[in-house]
Design a binder for this molecule. Structure first.
Ligand SMILES: [Zn+2]
Ligand SMILES: [Zn+2]
Length: 344
């Protein structure tokens, strides 16, 4: 099989890897579409936390946002068969530790993460993957289905802060996760969802995808615009999707008492600052959000029913051979790339 493996920072090679025997609980898949996200770029650049901390080992085949066709199944596998269209979870956990038994397998200490943490991903024409972390789909294209993973991240981050129909919700950052979380908050019935960002083209897309209002921080003052957008009451829920430590200073200013904040991005920094007194005085809850345990079938359903539109996020289709070029395009933030989708 052909795979794009990363051997170290900026050392990416298209390689022929040997086929092997299929394990009894495994499947052999043909990836049909793969998305690239900021995490892939960080791994490519060698700055991603798992690699800098030594948790993750080189080399690795990237690709954690993917859809695939089942080619063959191991002898114990009954839940999928050859020909099925599937997506697979990023987290592949041990299934036996306490976190796994509690359903919190995103925090399994023995976990692997597909294309990230010690398990090869989908930048490849073939892929071995455990059947129990697969989910079937059939009403959407492979390209859309490849966005199930980032959508599941958005669903989990939104679910953690229990968005409900009385909530005014702010989404900080109209990147892929922010644009998906905004749609999830709407699907959960939020009273008003406001996208906050800096790039006019992204904010325009947020409006097209259903944001009730947008705030452009290049043109407006955050606090007064937030007050106006919430009829003076400020936000019940803030979904932080920028991963920018400077943004953490702003969170308390726009959250109302008893508000809930979900941090959905990694900051790569200890530099953020949260106004702790404002947090205490406002009875405000902040939740860190990693992974997407137990929300994959719900996520596929949201996309299949059109409640979350993933397709408009795909701006740059690429072939597998052009990955280095795709990474360059992602680094060049002036190009306003939203989502690159690969066809292996
Ligand atoms: Zn990702
Ligand atoms: Zn476990």
């Amino acid at each position: 099989m052909k795979a794009l493996r990363i051997h170290g920072p900026k050392d990416i090679r298209l390689e022929e890897l040997p086929d092997r025997e299929l394990g009894p609980d495994e499947t052999l898949l043909a990836p049909r579409a793969v998305g690239i996200c900021g995490t892939d770029l960080e791994i490519f650049q060698g700055t991603m936390f798992y690699f800098t901390s030594g948790m993750a080992k080189w080399p690795i085949v990237l690709g954690h946002e993917w859809s695939a066709e089942v080619l063959a199944v191991g002898k114990n596998v009954t839940q999928v068969k050859p020909g099925d269209k599937v997506v697979g979870e990023c987290t592949v956990s041990c299934g036996t530790c306490e976190m796994c038994r509690l359903g919190r397998y995103n925090e399994c200490p023995n976990r692997r993460e597909t294309g990230i943490l010690n398990l090869d991903g989908a930048f490849s024409d073939r892929m071995y993957y455990p059947a129990s972390f697969l989910h079937k789909f059939d009403k959407i294209s492979y390209e859309e289905a490849a966005l199930t993973e980032p959508t599941a991240i958005a669903v989990w981050g939104t679910k953690l802060v229990e968005v409900n129909p009385s909530d005014y919700v702010a989404v900080m950052g109209p990147g892929p996760i922010g644009l998906l979380a905004m749609q999830v908050a709407r699907a959960y019935g939020a009273r008003r969802v406001v996208m906050i960002g800096r790039r006019a083209s992204r904010l325009k897309l947020a409006k097209e995808l259903g944001a009730d209002a947008v705030i452009n921080l290049r043109e407006e003052d955050l606090v007064s615009a937030a007050r106006r957008a919430t009829d003076g009451r400020m936000f019940d829920v803030v979904l932080e999707a920028t991963g920018n430590p400077d943004v953490t200073k702003e969170l308390m200013k726009i959250t109302r008492p008893y508000g809930r904040i979900s941090l959905m991005g990694l900051f790569n920094s200890q530099m953020g600052s949260i106004d702790l007194d404002a947090m205490v005085v406002g009875n405000i809850t902040i939740k860190g959000s990693l992974g997407s345990p137990g929300v994959w079938d719900e996520t596929i359903n949201l996309i299949e029913r059109g409640l979350v539109k993933a397709k408009p996020l795909i701006t740059h289709p690429f072939a597998l051979n052009d990955v280095p070029e795709a990474f360059e395009l992602m680094q060049d933030r002036t190009g306003d790339v939203i989502k690159i989708s690969l066809r292996p």
